[in-house]
Design a protein around this ligand. Structure first.
Ligand SMILES: Cc1ncc(C[n+]2csc(CCOP(=O)(O)OP(=O)(O)O)c2C)c(N)n1
Ligand SMILES: [Mg+2]
Length: 575
């Protein structure tokens, strides 16, 4: 059997069931072998798109993504998406053809490229080891790493003996140490105003559910409020104590309550400058705790008082048990029994027979219900008939678009509007490929997420700059027959740069553009395209939603942009 065929078949057997890519001669056979093994192949129009689609697919499906690229430029085109995936610890396998001939035009240092963006370099070393090499790469990816597997053309073309099928090892989530569990339980027992912030590590993956149930059970027991980092938005949807996203996107009430916490526990969350607004969301004297299955993540972004190595769900369960909370199989929403004698923990305001539950009170619950959503925060609508206020646009879309949706957001000044105003049904309904802060990834992100969740309406929210950068994948949306909505927050500029440099009086000719008819461009690709200048123009969106949605819809929203968004000003502090 040819190595390319053996490797493709083996990867399909291991679970590579959806493969994104752009096929050239170097990855032709291996891709066909994957298809022969039962995988679905999704052709992108640019490798950058293919890598991002595979990343977004992996995040949404909770399983390793696979992308297949040609040697040389196929790989270099994919590098931005690979960097994003590596920084996000996305389990992703990049099948990268490699020419062994150093004088070839296609030659690049594959391992060097992988290492340069934080991915793991792997390769098929020889025909005899090739299947085992592919196995190893798959296992490494499963451990939440982005792996670039170099497929040398000469090895791919060689013959190899069929290898007996080995069972893949089972990987168990790490359990926290008993000492760490007691320490965390003791701190929770003594906290008056705890806030849990759940991050990527609390999301479901590899066939496991998210840690929502375990975290809610523990939060109920100690009266904690619940928030997430941006990448886990939606995790606590529907919980009355949910503050939604912590950080730059936090609503005023969410920010107030997080700042007022005396204890913040990051669950699979790095508590980085975005999530903690450069530390501004951490009140004076607040205790910080981080729980993560990766010891290297503890304290990486800011010093914590206690770091616990452990899987998020396992740790939350163990701590709840230590607190004597009824088992998760019981009624997690019931009155907690555990933290009733706070005198032991040395602090008043305890959960218990009095019903005062840590940070929770009936009045606060009502306030959260009334105020925590951005759309309930009053604002002066600046729509002027020519251009629509992006807040008004986002609220109207939140009402118009079906709630069962996946929202994918590109980077730029606009990005807070969809992130803050569009609700999502759960954490799989939000796909945020922003670890590399690249613009132009949003459309491919939406496509990958849509392949993973065809049951939901996918909404891609893009700036005009990011939309035009990733424009080739509009054809992919049409070709795949996706009923997607693409919303372009069109300020005819690289708004982020305009608002960054404009106040200093710098010339802005390099970052402003003449009006582009992005709706017309989309129609050329086979979309329905509408231009929106005011809420009244959204009738076309309502009609599209009503069906039959034969074509995807692109909304070119000409937005007001008199000033930069304040979350962007936060971002510039990090530059
Ligand atoms: C690949 C890449 N190139 C350049 C930048 C710098 N940059 C950040 S935001 C931005 C403007 C994006 O414009 P647009 O998509 O229209 O969004 P807006 O800021 O106008 O809302 C640019 C050029 C980047 N982040 N990524
Ligand atoms: Mg713009």
């Amino acid at each position: 059997m040819r190595v390319a065929d053996a490797v493709g078949r083996e990867l399909a057997r291991l679970g590579a069931d959806v493969v994104f890519g752009v096929v050239g001669s170097g990855n032709f056979h291996v891709t066909n072998a994957l298809i022969g093994g039962g995988a679905r192949f999704v052709a992108a129009r640019h490798e950058g798109g293919a890598a991002v689609m595979a990343d977004a697919w992996a995040r949404t499906a909770g399983r390793p993504g696979v992308v297949s690229v040609h040697q040389g430029p196929g790989l270099t085109n994919a590098m931005t998406g690979i960097a994003e995936a590596a920084k996000s610890r996305t389990p992703l396998l990049v099948l990268a053809a490699e020419t062994p001939e150093v004088r070839s035009n296609f030659h690049v240092d594959v391992a060097g490229l992988a290492a340069a963006v934080g991915a793991v370099a792997e390769r098929l070393y020889s025909p005899a080891s090739a299947v085992a090499d592919a196995h190893r790469a798959w296992q490494t990816a499963l451990g939440r790493r982005t792996v670039v597997l170099a497929l040398p053309l000469n090895v791919q073309a060689a013959a190899c003996e069929p290898v007996p099928v080995q069972a893949a090892p089972r990987i168990y989530p790490p359990a926290p140490s008993p000492e760490a569990v007691s320490a965390l339980a003791a701190v929770l027992r003594g906290a008056d105003r705890p806030v849990f912030i759940a991050g990527r590590g609390a999301r479901g993956r590899s066939g496991r559910a998210s840690a929502r149930a375990e975290l809610e059970r523990l939060a109920d027991a100690c009266g904690a409020l619940l928030a997430t980092s941006a990448v886990a938005k939606g995790l606590f949807r529907g919980n009355p104590w949910n503050l939604d996203v912590s950080g730059g996107f936090a609503s005023p009430l969410a920010a107030e309550l997080i700042t007022g916490a005396d204890l913040i526990v990051g669950w699979g969350c790095s508590l980085n400058m975005w999530t903690m607004r450069h530390g501004k969301l951490i009140g004076t004297g607040a205790t910080l705790i981080q729980v993560d299955d990766d010891p290297g993540a503890l304290g990486a972004h800011r010093a914590v008082h206690l770091g616990v190595v452990g899987d998020v769900a396992e740790t939350a369960r163990a701590v709840a048990d230590a607190l004597g909370v009824r088992s998760a199989s019981g009624d997690a929403g019931g009155e907690p029994e555990a933290v009733r004698d706070k005198e032991d923990g040395g602090s008043p305001g305890a959960v218990g027979t009095s019903g005062a539950a840590g940070y929770r009170s009936a009045a606060l619950r009502e306030r959260i219900a009334r105020e925590v959503r951005w759309r309930d925060v009053p604002f002066a609508d600046e729509s002027d008939g020519e251009r629509i206020d992006p807040r008004a646009l986002s609220i109207a879309l939140d009402d118009l678009l079906p709630a069962e949706r996946t929202v994918a957001v590109d980077s730029g000044n606009f990005m807070g509007y969809p992130s803050m105003y569009l609700s999502v049904p759960d954490e799989a309904g939000f796909c945020f490929t922003q670890a590399f802060q690249s613009i132009g990834l949003g459309l491919a992100t939406a496509i990958g997420a849509a392949v993973a969740r065809p049951d939901r309406l996918t909404v891609a929210a893009l700036g005009d700059g990011g939309a035009l950068m990733g424009v080739s994948e509009l054809e992919t949306v049409v070709r795949l027959g996706m009923g997607m909505v693409v919303v372009v927050y069109d300020d005819e500029a690289y708004g982020a740069e305009v608002h960054h440099f404009g106040p200093d009086g710098d010339p802005l000719g390099t970052v402003r553009f003449p009006p582009a008819d992005i709706g017309g461009i989309a129609r050329g690709f086979g979309f329905e395209g509408v231009t929106v200048r005011g809420v009244a123009d959204l009738g076309a969106v309502r009609d599209w939603v009503a069906g039959p949605r034969r074509r995807p819809l692109l909304i070119d929203a000409k937005i007001t942009s008199d000033r930069g968004s304040w979350w962007l000003q936060e971002a510039f502090r990090g530059h």
